[in-house]
Design a protein around this ligand. Structure first.
Ligand SMILES: [Zn+2]
Length: 351
């Protein structure tokens, strides 16, 4: 009995230490912008090596899929599967924290695998990570044996939780590529059905053999500034009281700088003097890249496009400081999961 108690206390100590180490790691990651010149945009900082030179080799993919330590994370209708069970997750910060769940391929029945989309995500410490989209089945908990092991959760909901940022970035990668395949099932040249190839990084038309590659839609999001003020607007779909940086898709034949100037002019009648790049954020809703910029305006003049923008105005640095700190009762800005938050914070800090 004494030996049992000793083993139990050693086990409890190790378990608590592991959680403490993970918690410290998360805190360091969350606050690394204080120490380093990096921006903590969520969905970036993906730790996987995508080995694009290997994934085009079908023999390598076949061998890798069959390896004992290769793991697969399930998606169902745009939602990743998360769990709190320590054998399924690679790292949660507390016992009740949901994290992405990883399974060996043998967990899934052959009929599930053959009706699913399987994509390669990358390697980490020589271990291969894949994702499997089981959207074709209607009851994944029961049909795929996932009942009581976890839940399918919205990625946007997960992004506001204390999940390992690297794993969140991996889920964003998987979601974006699944979204692209699900909306590009037919050849854009001849209209025939195309088939997934190269572990998810190409589609080939079954009729005309055209090759199609997953695309990312570039979006500019910019904070217009003039002296001690920055311009924020709100769209009708925003929650009441929320203001954010203006944004828009980059058009063909347009540079990032030109897109920033055009969007500011079209949406708010603001004339841009100079554009500088801040940081970017992969945004898997459905498959965009947010390109964050600061735009120095020529003046405080503005005229809103009332179809695009519901309300908008110049805010002072002190007003925005209070909003970033959550102390302004009149309005609020997007939370730290959004790149807009970091553009505003950057301005508040005088950078
Ligand atoms: Zn075709």
């Amino acid at each position: 009995m004494k030996l049992y108690n000793i083993i139990k206390s050693v086990y409890t100590f190790i378990e608590k230490t592991q959680y403490l180490i993970r918690l410290i790691r998360l805190i360091i990651i969350q606050y690394r912008e204080v120490f380093m010149n990096v921006y903590p945009n969520i969905f970036s900082n993906n730790p996987l090596d995508r080995v694009s030179y290997l994934r085009s080799n079908p023999d390598w993919i076949k061998e890798t899929v069959a390896k004992d330590d290769t793991v697969f994370t399930p998606f169902w209708r745009g939602k990743p599967f998360v769990s709190t069970i320590s054998g399924l997750v690679s790292g949660n910060s507390s016992p009740d924290q949901q994290s992405p769940a990883w399974f060996p391929l043998s967990f899934f029945e052959e009929k599930i695998i053959s009706s699913s989309m399987v994509i390669f995500l990358g390697l980490l410490n020589k271990k291969a990570y894949f994702s499997i989209d089981i959207s074709k089945i209607s009851d994944p908990e029961n049909e795929a044996g996932l009942k009581d092991l976890g839940i399918f959760e919205d990625l946007m909901v997960l992004s506001s939780q204390a999940i390992d940022p690297g794993e969140l970035a991996i889920l964003g990668q998987a979601k974006a590529i699944f979204e692209w395949h699900n909306s590009h099932k037919f050849c854009s040249r001849c209209g025939s059905e195309s088939l997934l190839s190269e572990a998810g990084y190409k589609r080939i038309c079954g009729t005309c053999s055209s090759e199609h590659f997953p695309r990312t839609d570039p979006v500019v999001i910019m904070l217009a500034t003039y002296n001690d003020g920055a311009f924020l607007g709100r769209q009708k779909r925003f929650p009441p009281g929320m203001y954010s940086a203006l944004a828009g898709f980059i058009e063909h034949g347009e540079s990032i700088e030109e897109a920033v100037a055009r969007e500011l002019n079209e949406e708010a009648g603001i004339s841009t003097k100079e554009v500088s790049y801040h940081s970017s954020q992969p945004w898997a809703f459905p498959f965009s890249l947010m390109i964050g910029c600061i735009a120095e305006a020529n003046s405080e003049n503005f005229e809103l496009d009332e179809i695009e923008i519901d309300e908008g105005r110049w805010f002072s640095r002190s007003e925005l400081k209070k909003a970033i700190e959550g102390n302004n009762s009149n309005f609020f800005v997007p939370p730290s999961m959004a790149i807009a938050h970091h553009l505003i914070k950057n301005f508040v800090n005088g950078q």
